[in-house]
Design a protein. Structure first.
Length: 442
């Protein structure tokens, strides 16, 4: 695609090198529902398995439908390569395990999705990877936690549910002094934020959310920016500078640029080691479904953000709302970060706390008629949930406070319905939230 065509609305439809199916000239991306691929001859097969050339071997590792999605997501984020996996949670797991092994650590923001906190604090710790938490209100907190076993920094662009924009460039700059890459979860801010432009080395997504948009398929992605030198400090990044016995002692940081002509060892290693061994493959049917959503993500994000801004103005004036949480509604420091990193919209999510506390929150959710009460984010539909009793219920009080969740906090994901209908539903539910016991409204 022409370099001039770098607008997200165009990339989402034409990104990558897919124009039509070479066998049939079909314009829509086909679903290649196959496990295996015919090798041309024994030499071709041997070259593929030895990584002397790239091509399709087995759908656990790659698939032509997934390949189109990967190229478009990479182009959308401004990266050089992408790996799609079975879920956003898998993307988070792979991103960490691709740089860290037992005895290593990463420094993560405290502002995280509850499922990521559970993954980091409990599951990865059992594998011997230590997660150290830094408050992103001061980027220097990340530097204070570095030691010679620190392999990466980790943050969320627009953390759910705290909604405090992460200091991407500031933390990235600190990391690069030590050859530590910044991994950014950009799930809640596709199109409106480009972490790679601000120094992030790796960008991950739960494609299930805003990029998919329709709530019909679960998927994740890992984008390699191509902007990080994995060989600059071999002791800092041993997994890319020490021989890998599983591939004839290949050294990934050197071999991948030589083989591909691109600085994408992170994406290649994640595919041929982690995806090969752990098998968290994205089904081509789900890749196809995500492609359908990707084609309109730029248009939808405009509507999500526009609606959210109007809902924000409504909620700030409502008598039953005691606090509104939004990317621009924090202190000056975080509001300035929203201006710096978010372009074309300040985000699609809003948090509220109600005058009547947790009981009012329950009544509010049960009174909603159009909003769906679900755990997901990023649908075209408007959604609402009480995080402390659901998505963040596995966190203790200290962890809840660190992630910005109070017992009365309600998270709203503003959809793309007509703004009048969104506000009408919120208004009637808020007015009922302060009244007597209510039964769920169907």
């Amino acid at each position: 695609m022409s370099k001039k065509r770098n607008n997200p609305e165009t990339i989402a439809i034409h990104g990558g090198d897919y124009r039509c199916d070479p066998a049939t000239n079909a314009v829509a991306v086909p679903i290649y529902r196959t496990t295996s691929y015919q090798f041309n001859n024994t030499e071709h097969a041997a070259n593929l398995f030895a990584l002397k050339e790239f091509g399709n071997i087995y759908t656990r590792i790659m698939n032509p439908t997934n390949d189109v999605l990967e190229k478009r997501v990479a182009a959308l984020e401004g990266g050089l390569a992408c790996l799609t996996v079975s879920s956003g949670q898998t993307a988070s797991t792979f991103a960490v395990l691709n740089v860290a092994q037992a005895g290593d650590n990463i420094v993560s923001s405290t502002d995280l999705y509850g499922g990521t906190v559970s993954l980091f604090t409990h599951t990865l710790s059992k594998l011997g990877v230590e997660i150290r938490y830094a408050d992103p209100s001061n980027p220097e907190n990340f530097e204070k936690l570095i030691d010679d076993k620190t392999r990466a920094f980790y943050g969320e662009t627009l953390p759910n549910p705290y909604l405090r924009v992460f200091p991407i460039q500031e933390v990235s700059d600190i990391g690069r002094k030590y050859n530590i890459p910044l991994i950014m979860d950009n799930t809640a801010a596709p199109v409106i934020c480009k972490p790679i432009e601000h120094g992030a080395a790796v960008v991950i997504h739960s494609l299930t959310k805003y990029i998919g948009g329709h709530g019909t398929a679960v998927a994740g992605s890992i984008v390699d920016s191509g902007n990080f030198d994995w060989t600059a400090d071999p002791k800092r990044q041993p997994l890319f500078n020490e021989p890998d016995a599983s591939y004839n002692n290949v050294i990934w940081g050197k071999a991948v640029p030589e083989l591909t002509g691109a600085n994408v060892p992170f994406a290649v290693r994640a595919r041929v080691c982690l995806l090969r061994d752990l098998g968290s493959a994205l089904a081509p049917d789900n890749a196809f479904a995500i492609i359908q959503g990707l084609e309109t993500v730029a248009l939808r994000m405009k509507q999500h953000c526009s609606n959210a801004e109007q809902v924000l103005n409504f909620l700030k004036k409502h008598k039953e709302v005691t606090k509104v949480i939004y990317s621009t509604e924090h202190n000056t420091q975080f509001a300035d970060r929203a201006k710096k990193y978010l372009k074309g919209g300040n985000g699609p999510m809003i948090g509220i706390e109600l005058k009547g506390g947790i009981e009012a929150g329950k009544k509010f959710i049960e009174s909603l008629r159009m909003f769906y009460h679900v755990a997901n984010i990023g649908d075209v539909r408007s959604l609402a949930i009480h995080p402390a009793s659901t998505t963040h219920s596995q966190l203790n009080e200290k962890e809840l406070a660190a992630s910005g969740v109070t017992q009365s906090y309600v998270r709203l994901c503003i959809g793309i319905e007509h703004i009048d209908d969104i506000i009408e539903d919120l208004d009637q539910a808020l007015n009922k939230s302060s009244k007597g016991n209510l039964k769920a409204v169907s």
